[in-house]
Design a protein around this ligand. Sequence first.
Ligand SMILES: NC(=O)c1ccc[n+]([C@@H]2O[C@H](COP(=O)([O-])OP(=O)(O)OC[C@H]3O[C@@H](n4cnc5c(N)ncnc54)[C@H](OP(=O)(O)O)[C@@H]3O)[C@@H](O)[C@H]2O)c1
Length: 252
Amino acid sequence: MAKLEGRVAWVTGAGSGIGEAASLALAGEGARLILTGRRKAPLETLAARIRAANGVAEVEPADVMDAAAIARVGAAIGERFGRLDILVNNAGANILERDWKRLTPAGIDQVIGANLSAAFYCVTVALPFMRAQKDGVLIHTASFAGRFVHPLSGAAYTAAKHGVVAMSHSINMEECVNGIRSTAICPGEVATPILDKRPVPVSAEDRARMLQPADCGDLIRYVACLPPHVCINEVLITPTWNRGYVAFAARG
Ligand SMILES: NC(=O)c1ccc[n+]([C@@H]2O[C@H](COP(=O)([O-])OP(=O)(O)OC[C@H]3O[C@@H](n4cnc5c(N)ncnc54)[C@H](OP(=O)(O)O)[C@@H]3O)[C@@H](O)[C@H]2O)c1
């Protein structure tokens, strides 16, 4: 039997990359999906794929930076399913002008808002369901940049992702008594559309050596399927061909 039969999973940033792969992996285990992102079209395409494989998927488009819109998604989940077992808090973004020389207040708000404040908004919507159930799994896509500071990601992104990791640990500290588990996943480079926002373009050859979205989707599925007494607090996952290390090794 599929391990997530009867479970309800909400994935943000579901229309592409890691979120899309996680949605497919969770649906493959029998979870019913709520798919959120700003663009409706990729969410509808994904929902159609899940339904074609006899799964259940609802599309709830929203800007995760809009707390009221996220609260409305929570209300829709309550109406449609009456429960929420898994939150994949995955939506995130970066900007091209990320170095201190070019960082603007608008850029700072964009990056902190989309990666950190938004993650908090989704958690505040998910926790009441999970407290009532005395059970729930939160999985946050943080980053390698949420564990180590590196100029490549930019100050706002690395600060926001460190915040996501701290947020996840704080959930475990407070909510473990309610049977709630929180996992911060810290991926190195993954070949997804977010790389198109890099100041230095990434070659097809480099993308092929990176983690692929399905690698992260499979990890998220694994964490979501663990028995209730097991909490994976944090996972650092990178490509074997870790370009940061490769550059260091090339110095001889
Ligand atoms: N790829 C990497 O190397 C890497 C490494 C470490 C961590 N991450 C993190 O992994 C997560 C997923 O990114 P990805 O790599 O899969 O890239 P991606 O394909 O660009 O996915 C990001 C998703 O987030 C959604 N999103 C962005 N801003 C949003 C907003 N304000 N409201 C709602 N949805 C929003 C986007 O959909 P819409 O544009 O339709 O809203 C998109 O589907 C992000 O948190 C990212 O920071 C990525």
